[in-house]
Design a protein. Sequence first.
Length: 305
Amino acid sequence: MENKKVIIAGATGYLGSQIVKELLIQGANVTAMVRASSDRSKLIEIGVENFVVGDMMDTASLKLALSPEHSFDVIVASAAGYTRRQKGDSATTDTIGYKNLVDATKNAGIPRFVLISILESDKAIKVPHFHNKFLIEKYLIEKKQPYIALRPGAFLDQTPDFIIDKIKKGILPTFLTGTYGIIYTPQLAKYTAMAAVILPDTELNTSIDVGWDRPVNEQILKTAFGTVLKKNIQAKPVMPPFVLKFILPVVGKFNDNIYDMIQMIKWIDTGIYISKNTQKQKELFGELPTVEESIRQYCCDKGLI
């Protein structure tokens, strides 16, 4: 399990940097794939010594970055084109870019591809950036590239984090009205590292739902924050309902990102964004984190308690 050579695409991102930390904890030999212009300083601070230059939209650079001479055992793909974009990212990263990465991985003979997918993405046909993840899962199968796809739900934490300042004032900002699966980024990072260097080959070519012990809604989250922080918490929508219902649909006709967001909210609020197999996560990664312990971990990490 130890000293596996792992290359990670998206290492400079919010999730990617946390995956790097967990991989180092697991004893992996980590290489970060970065663009030539990327800031490597934070990765160097947490212990990354090896870098290769590669861009998912540049097939020639991927061929060099993933060359068989590196003898990588695993590639972890956490790059995000739609969400949490950095300079040079676009939605095509989630489509063309990921296909380029799969092709380069297959050609290099890397025996394991760990993909950060999305919960129930196979059913989210109307949500472009959700469904694109499922299409990459299908592409991995088509190319006969051994893989493990982790399917998290919504992220408790975002970057920038819009919860902290509001919670300090006793307000939980809410974006969704339905019930949905959820995860805290450090938890997903830990599972990803385990999928890369610990899970046996018998678990290859599978998609695994990951999240908390039960789905949440604004009432469950409000209660959990109130219990952990020992104060009254009130839920408040991030945007007024009339904006979501009337204004954003008009804007979405001219903006692909807004359109995607509207479709995502509608789809999640149907109640389908929930893990259908929590037992698999438990078998592979241990007991599922509870809502309360996850909220407590978040509050501790963010200095709220």
